[in-house]
Design a protein. Structure first.
Length: 256
């Protein structure tokens, strides 16, 4: 019984420290200069990864007044299957984790950025502007994603111990319903994703202007074969007949 109490206390302390660190991330406005990625879009030739085959990203973007301005026109395809699947995109990636090293299950990632749209912005179909995605054999819906349709939304995934998409659980909340904030009101908003990638102790939280939109814990956030983790911003949408413009700034990625 004595040793059992010691083990239980150790587990409690581990969980307490993890949750305390997550709470700190949730409430911190990042202003230091030693992040894994800190992109302020001050240079025209900034560096990014193309997540897909075709360079729809460079033809759909420009740096203007220190902001990344992305304008997606109808018929803009990044992946070779976009036209067939009626998708349009211009995305920009930054590597969070990659190479031959196995992913550390205890790492907690965060990605934060500012974004706004012009007043009158239309998003009548799914319009994603950010995601953190693990790339593996069954890579489908991203572990965490942010949208601008229906005044904005946020999604976290529980892969439920399965590579079959039919077994996955989606936690998707509307931003306005949870926070009374319209992400498409023409003002700048700060979006934040906090993510622990683990097969049973996974954690995902998404906030807008430091207000929580969705949060899940002790779930499967897809760790099994995920050695590459990519943070993305830009526009990825179901096909629409009109252009969309989104402004981005202060893109930060880091992990503990």
């Amino acid at each position: 019984m004595f040793y059992l109490k010691i083990v239980l206390n150790m587990i409690y302390m581990k969980n307490f420290l993890v949750l305390s660190f997550i709470l700190l991330l949730s409430k911190t406005c990042y202003s230091q200069n030693n992040y894994f990625v800190e992109e302020t879009f001050s240079k025209e030739n900034w560096q990014y990864i193309l997540p897909h085959k075709f360079d729809s990203s460079s033809i759909s973007s420009k740096i203007l007044d220190g902001h990344l301005v992305v304008t997606l026109q109808p018929g803009t395809y990044g992946w070779s299957g976009d036209e067939k699947h009626k998708k349009e995109r211009a995305e920009f990636g930054k590597k969070i984790h990659g190479g031959f090293n196995a992913l550390n299950k205890d790492k907690i990632f965060f990605m934060q950025f500012d974004a706004r749209v012009d007043k009158g912005f239309k998003a009548l179909k799914r319009t994603m502007i950010a995601q953190i995605k693990t790339e593996d054999k069954s890579s489908g819906s991203p572990a965490a994603a942010i949208y601008l349709d229906r005044k904005g939304g946020a999604k976290c995934m529980d892969y439920n111990g399965s590579d079959e998409r039919t077994n996955h659980k989606t936690y998707h909340n509307l931003i306005y319903y949870k926070t009374n904030i319209d992400a498409t009101d023409g003002n700048w908003h700060t979006f934040k994703i906090i993510l622990k990638i683990h097969d049973s102790e996974g954690y995902c939280k998404i906030l807008i202007d430091n207000k929580p939109v969705v949060e899940i814990s002790n779930v499967d956030t897809k760790d099994r074969s995920s050695n590459n983790v990519l943070g993305r911003i830009g526009i990825y949408r179901d096909r629409l007949p009109h252009p969309q413009t989104v402004y981005f700034d202060n893109w930060i990625i880091d992990y503990n």
